[in-house]
Design a protein around this ligand. Sequence first.
Ligand code: ADP
Ligand code: MG
Length: 390
Amino acid sequence: MALRAAADVKADFERRMGRPATVVARAPGRVNIIGEHTDYNEGFVFPMALEQCTWVAAAPRTDGQVRVVAAELNDEQQWPRGGWSKQGFPGWTNYVAGVETLVGALRPGAPGADVLIASDVPVGSGLSSSAALEVSTALAFAALGGVTLEGQPLADLARRAEHEYAHVPCGIMDQYVSVLARRAHAFLLDCRSRTWEHVPLQLGDAVVLVVNSGVRHALASGEYAVRQKQCQAAVAYFRQRNPAVRALRDVTSADVEAHRRQLESLVAARARHVTTEDERTRAAAAALRKGDLETLGRLLYASHESLRRDYEVSCPELDLLVDIVRGVPGAYGARMTGGGFGGCIVAIVKQTAVPAVTEAVRARYDAAGHGPSYAIVTQPGPGAALEFRA
Ligand code: ADP
Ligand code: MG
């Protein structure tokens, strides 16, 4: 399906609101190529922005009301500027009102607004529709209020909205890549120093293929909390030996191996995933700098195995999808992406192999009663931008 352009969103706004939009902004979703569950261990992540974006068109209102239409959800809500309350509002308004309140605080006296949200990012599938929503609405509200908001402060504000209003304790990856990504590049982010490098994604005859499993198992958030505790237990052990250890970032996989017997077995397994994943993430960036897709692909498969066996955040559906990709000639590698327990896999496959992969997924996954799945072929897109201002 063709992706939206600014003109489509402007026309949609005018049709629904009966007047023209004065600003149009867009922010991409993302897929994490490698570096899973490393962010809260202060390690590295290596995502790229999708071409798929969330779009926001808006125009000021003089009555101080904020009226927001969420096209994908067929919903519309209204509240007085800065006066949203969680009570009685559906969950998606947490993100929008959080951003509206935080941007509004930067410039008291900002106007009300009519706002249209229209998105090409699958919602709730691990491709970070939430960050795309926060960043795009932040750009639109800032433009309406005459506030300059870009780069890291924009990403930080968006993340704050997710923490403080949606109460999702996410890492920095999603908002940073949505804001700071560069077309044709992946984004190597150091979650400790908050510094990043744009690494050219030289894929030659290959493409990035994202396959959505169509499932989301409910145990995820409870399990993530358990993983974080286990990581902290490993840090506590290593810190007793070396006070400089502040996070698993400061521990190598060789350290974990050397101390495996002293650690509780699950704690050792979790620490092994995090430390090897950090090493794989840096190796993946090095492989990409050389255009070495064979190595990149092997690292993706190894990441999946580690997430499945050591971190235990995969699920049968994701394992099956990775297996299916592995069986198709022309596939370099695949892994689950995102927190796990459902969502998507990411694969690097030859362009010519895409039909074979999608056919195999249809035959072995959907026809077996899983899903429904769907595949997205994508390139690394650019970071968020204000696309129109009257
Ligand atoms: P992900 O970020 O992986 O897509 P999340 O659970 O973090 O999944 O965020 C999904 C939530 O973000 C949705 O349940 C909804 O509340 C909100 N959201 C995302 N995109 C939109 C959208 N286009 N319109 C309205 N709400 C959205
Ligand atoms: Mg999210």
